[in-house]
Write a protein that binds this ligand. Structure first.
Ligand code: TNX
Length: 484
């Protein structure tokens, strides 16, 4: 999981893990040792039963895996590919009587899409570095390679900036429902980025603008427009200058066309670019319902140009496609439904027409914050929820937006908004097992004998013991035949 391009049993006897040894790439060997220890309790010694190599040949992130009765070889095209081969091996470990074995298989594997993401909203509820690391581990073992961090919203600003210390000083203390807030120091953020890199994940940071900026107004009232409370359909009414702890959206906006706002945008993205080694910076652009459309277009042109000028690729939610001045090459993140409205499809296509590509996050399929079942205690339902695992699995990226085919698709991302999500257990309860559906859609070939709901649900069920060993508190959805 996700299913490989090609995998077959060889007919050989299985490889016995008891007393086995490992050699080769030290990072991958360390990761395999930890995985085997977690799964079986056994320690791999030093020696060449299991050989882990990077050989530089093949597609980016690809690997080959050969298991026979006498040894295991994993060869990655690059370090990421080797890491993914180790994850596949971890999933193959099983009990046979009293021992742990790996069935004799040969696999050849590479990803379909280069961008395979999860998003964590750390603004509605703050999630500390330990929680983010745990989420990175969960995503990486499913061969996901991007962590998008939603670092600012109406409820709080979550990253310390040297150029703008007022943001975290005045606008980070609270969260939805009056929960405690928090923020990442620059060291925290660097730690997250480095930890993600060690699991072959790139961090895509987002400061959401020009809407979703009520918190900015706590620090800089002069650049915040008055709240447009008429647009709120859910949650409490905001008051300018006071922290917002409700879950309403769309009411806030920066004041556009003001020199102080321009300076703010330049400062925050310049510092974010300095802190971020990855190629992408996300500037939001969603649900700016309280922003005049012409101002919105002006803002999108400006913010995307600032980011492009910093040598980064701008990313924005699909509404930003409405702006004719969008910087060429900006990546769009589509969050409409699997059958989109005309406007959502048109806005998404606009990115491709300007030389950018699309990240697909159809809300009624892979929004991890939708309730998985009607009786689930956590989650929202606005995106045609509850969203079953079957629905999360049953969509194809090239069939969502007319005119946006394989070439125009950068990848797939599963967002987890956190209005109802306060702890790692909450994250597990909503992300699992649907995160596996996102991973398979992002990684595996679109078609093949095992690309079916029946195969998928069986393979999800087979991961139950591994996820339990990894201390993932997944809900035992009735859609899945769980292996116990
Ligand atoms: C819509 S999707 C939002 C978020 C909310 C989410 C809740 C998107 C780009 N914006 O502000 O948190 O719905 O599901």
């Amino acid at each position: 999981m996700p299913f490989p391009i090609d995998v077959a049993l060889t007919g050989d006897a299985p490889f016995a893990l008891s007393g086995a040894t490992v050699t080769g790439d030290p990072d991958a060997a360390g990761q395999l040792r930890a995985l085997v220890r977690t799964r079986t309790g056994a320690e791999l010694g030093a020696g060449d039963d299991i050989a882990l190599t990077v050989d530089g040949s093949g597609a980016a992130e690809s690997y080959r895996l050969d298991v026979s009765a006498t040894g295991i070889r994993i060869t990655g095209a690059d370090a990421a590919g080797l890491f993914y081969g180790v994850q596949t091996l971890g999933q193959l470990i099983r009990r046979e009587g009293d021992s742990w074995v790996v069935p004799a298989v040969r696999a050849v594997d590479a990803p379909r899409f280069a961008y395979r993401g999860v998003m964590l909203d750390v603004a509605r509820h703050f999630h500390d570095v330990a929680t983010v690391r745990a989420y990175i581990d969960r995503a990486a073992c499913l061969k996901l390679n991007v962590l998008h961090l939603h670092l600012s919203d109406d409820q709080g600003w979550r990253l310390e900036l040297r150029s703008r210390p007022e943001l975290t000083a005045t606008a980070s203390a609270t969260a939805v429902g009056g929960a405690a807030g928090g923020f990442y120091t620059q060291d925290d953020y660097r730690q997250i980025v480095a930890y993600a890199a060690s699991r072959h994940m790139t961090v895509v940071p987002e400061f959401d603008m020009p809407g979703h900026t009520h918190a900015v107004g706590l620090a800089y009232p002069e650049i915040a427009a008055a709240p447009v409370v008429e647009v709120i359909t859910e949650g409490s009414i905001p008051v300018a200058g006071e922290p917002y702890t409700g879950i309403g959206v769309g009411f806030s906006s920066l004041r556009i066309g003001d020199e102080a706002t321009d300076a703010f945008v330049r400062d925050v993205f310049t510092e974010l670019a300095d802190l971020t080694p990855g190629p992408w910076l996300h500037f939001g652009g969603d649900e700016s319902l309280g922003t005049d459309p012409e101002d919105f277009a002006r803002f999108v042109a400006q913010a995307s140009a600032v980011i492009a000028g910093l040598g980064k690729t701008p990313v924005a939610w699909h509404e930003a496609g409405a702006a004719s001045g969008l910087a060429p090459g900006t990546v769009g993140q589509f969050w409409g439904f699997v059958s989109p409205t005309d406007a959502a499809a048109r806005h998404a296509r606009a990115f491709a027409e300007r030389g950018g590509r699309l990240i697909l996050s159809p809300a009624d399929a892979i929004y991890l914050d939708m309730k998985p079942t009607a009786d689930s205690a956590l989650g929202l339902t606005w995106a045609n929820g509850p969203t079953s695992l079957a629905r999360a699995y049953g969509w194809e990226p090239t069939e969502v937006v007319d005119g946006v085919g394989e070439e125009a698709i950068l990848g797939v991302e599963a967002p987890l908004w956190t209005e109802t999500v306060a702890t790692l257990d909450d994250i597990d309860a909503l992300a699992f097992p649907r995160i596996a559906a996102a991973a398979e859609i992002a990684w595996s070939p679109a078609t093949g004998a095992e690309r079916s709901w029946e195969s998928f649900r069986g393979r999800v069920g087979g991961l139950g013991p591994l996820w339990t060993n990894l201390d993932i508190h997944f809900p035992a959805l009735e859609e899945v035949p769980w292996t116990t």
